[in-house]
Design a binder for this molecule. Sequence first.
Ligand code: TNX
Length: 512
Amino acid sequence: VLAVVVTVTAALSVSAQSQAAEPLQSLVPVPVSVQARTGVTHSLTANTKIYTAPAARDVGNFLAGVLRPSTGYALPVSDTTGTPTDGISLLLTGAPGSVGQQGYQLDAAAGAVVIRANTSEGLFAGVQTLRQMLPAKVEGTTVQPGPWTVPGALIVDHPRFSYRASMLDVARHFHPVASVKRYIDQLALYKINYFHLHLTDDQGWRIQVDSWPRLTTHGGSTQVGGGPGGYYTKAQYSEIVQYAAARKITVIPEVDLPGHTNAALASYAELNCNGQAPPLRTDIEVGYSSLCVNKEITYQFVDDVVREIAALTPGPYFHIGGDEAHSTSDADYQTFMNRVLPIVKKYGKTALGWHEFVKTTTDTATIPQYWGTTTSNAVVQAAAARGHKVIMSPANKAYIDQKYNSSTPLGLSWAGLIEVQDAYGWNPGTHLSGVPETAVLGVEAPLWTETLATSRDLEFMAFPRLAGHAELGWSPWSTHNWDSFKVRLGAQGPRWTTMGINFYKSPQVPWD
Ligand code: TNX
């Protein structure tokens, strides 16, 4: 009995003590360096002002947009060219060199919070850290009682990899613009800076192409399970691109070719080798469809599609798919890519593709996305040796559409059951033999939607694993530690609850 009493007392005093320091120990992704200013705090008040370098006004407005609803404060945003001694400043001067193009320094002192970076992207990353230093209720959409206290600290931080992404499949189940924006908001929380949009597949074509209108009017008219499907108009796609850009996220459109094309083949008979349009498909088979490699119209089609979508896409990348082309012969696949990769280049974009496409090219500007389940892959290893950068999405680790365990109600399981610790337990810089860290562009977590129809479904599969992949992409490997991560992850729970995120309450995580 005595022992129990002592233990409880100790536990209470630890948690009481850790109240003030807690946010600094709860950051995801964990920063490169955090020095607590012991005994120092900074409080937001009704008089707090936000000051920004003129070129970072948008980041200041974003921060004000996060803080105003819950604090109820006015938080006026104004330009500064100096170093204010009050409020929150977002400055493009004076950052240490180590923060590079995407990192930041955050100095929280009693008088002022000052974030410095070399770019507005860096400031935006610093703002995400500041959000996590405030109480979880700061994420509320209605006025909450304070106090709004930030622990005193000096944080210097930058990412391990420049590319940190998630993919959303809007083809298997269509996800409307509002759902896509909601997901983009969630990516921004964890410093993810690319959003890969899987726009086409066997079950649906989701982006308007003026020169081939039936792609959407017919090819977009259904989805897995036979529901009504849908598609984005060009204006809606641009709205998504702009919304992401305001969160320092670059959109990468994917048009999956030459397989995964039943929706296109069903929309235009002339794209089929036999001249006959197949019916639309609402099942989840893969590997049965292929564009007709030996018809010239196929390349007119690809040219039109790439031209129209590239014109709406300010980012540097265009993803051409290339996966599971099981009904395209190897020779045809080679012929097809030899024609298609130059089209992507002609419209000013760098080609990304699922890793198998890289066997067809020696252009080291192109980027394979590894999605296999083994730790050695000859095609990708050879590409890395030639000088290609590789995106790491090993399906048995990074696929956030896979079930957590055998009773997970949503998701698939072909790549394995992936609990939170499994998702976190790999090193992108050593995972694939012959693909050293220097050859890795970054990490991407794909969210396929054969079984996912709503935002609640997306969230249940993405959270909490997405936060782990974000940390694998951002934080130095020297900080990698499951016991530390699971506690920091548990501290995200109240934030997600406040934001209405439907997350999986994994028993592996000590949820706050
Ligand atoms: C494989 S991964 C696919 C997708 C499926 C996914 C489901 C890849 C490049 N292709 O077509 O949606 O598995 O997990």
